[in-house]
Design a protein around this ligand. Sequence first.
Ligand SMILES: Cc1cc2nc3c(=O)[nH]c(=O)nc-3n(C[C@H](O)[C@H](O)[C@H](O)COP(=O)(O)OP(=O)(O)OC[C@H]3O[C@@H](n4cnc5c(N)ncnc54)[C@H](O)[C@@H]3O)c2cc1C
Length: 396
Amino acid sequence: MRIACIGGGPAGLYFAILMKARDPAHEVTVFERNRPGVTYGWGVVFWDDLVEQLQASDPATASEIGASSLRWNGQLLAVEGKPPVHMGGHGYGIGRQRLLDILVERATGLGVRVEFDSEIEDAARLSDADLIVACDGVNSRLRELRREQFQTDVVAGGNKYIWLGTSRVFGAFTFAFVHTDAGWIWCHAYGFDASTSTFIAECSPETWTGLGFDRLGEAETLRLLEQIFERHLEGNPLKSKARAQGGTAWLNFRTVTNEKWHTDNIVLMGDTAHTTHFTIGSGTRLALEDAIALAARLQKETPLPTALERYENKRRSALLRTQSDARLSSRWFESVPRYIDLDPPEVFALLRERRSPLLPRVPPRTYYRLYRTTQRNAALRKLRRWVAPAVKSLYS
Ligand SMILES: Cc1cc2nc3c(=O)[nH]c(=O)nc-3n(C[C@H](O)[C@H](O)[C@H](O)COP(=O)(O)OP(=O)(O)OC[C@H]3O[C@@H](n4cnc5c(N)ncnc54)[C@H](O)[C@@H]3O)c2cc1C
């Protein structure tokens, strides 16, 4: 089979690896518009469930990813003027660039052609491909050219965010909320290697214009954020990737959905097919899971349309829960004033409950009391686990 993947992100590269590893006779080419070593963003988080899936699909990649990740321990909530709150849990961070380097090395080692500096404007150039995988990300050009066929919907979130890095290595996943004259602004920060952390700043559009970010250039933006988060950065600078290198600027998160995921021999994968708000840290995992599912279907099914249809059905239903979680999570952060004046342990509990469809519908204190009662009672906890999926599907 001749396969062309448009976009050398996690989705395209991992799919190429799986196809080539299963059958070296496949001719697989990944077209990536950037040069090697250039990408957007900083580190991404993931959890043990992803490690297990990668281990089962391609152990060589899984162990490289494991060895290049940094484990963060616990979560920390710091609301200005109040004592910080710590909670348990752990996860991992890995630099996006490191992840891509691992995938490129494995792919080329297997015989995949990875063509950098290769921007694909349309599928017409790829007429000899049996399968074209559109994995060119959230702003996919291939998808936009067929917007009506895919019935694409893109919804922009209300808040502004900027994805930065810093040399302060946060050992715990940290949410720090700072009050300014223009309102609340906060960061999501976690270490992803021995010398770098992801630092995402987020605020409402009113706070953003109130602080003057709409009028500041990149350097001034970084200086102002360094001042605002001085205590949390402990004197370390913030770093931005210049626009020319794949771009970092203030954005509104774009939630992408498609009614159809394939047409003719073109199929959507990863962020091209769906995005989920960054506050649930799942986009990379979902992109890799798409790759696993599509490769598995292509191995099992012929003809091609049947394989693509089954891939689409499987992934669409698998995504429903995460998409609902993502919508609710972004809504929580768009409603920060609703929660932030509660006591920090209450804020933290409700932050961790942000995927609940009931939370936006019940006064926060009442929800917190219900939550505490349930937590203290084993039978209620069990009942909740049983009822929760039904409640979720009712309100999603
Ligand atoms: C602020 C933020 C934080 C995030 N944090 C996390 C996290 O913690 N955990 C997590 O799992 N996910 C996270 N994500 C989501 C994650 O980054 C994406 O879901 C993931 O990168 C999707 O992978 P992909 O391969 O589908 O797309 P991408 O990684 O976007 O790759 C697409 C590739 O296609 C290339 N391309 C684009 N157009 C063309 C073209 N015309 N021709 C050729 N190449 C092209 C691009 O250069 C890019 O390399 C975060 C996202 C954001 C915005």
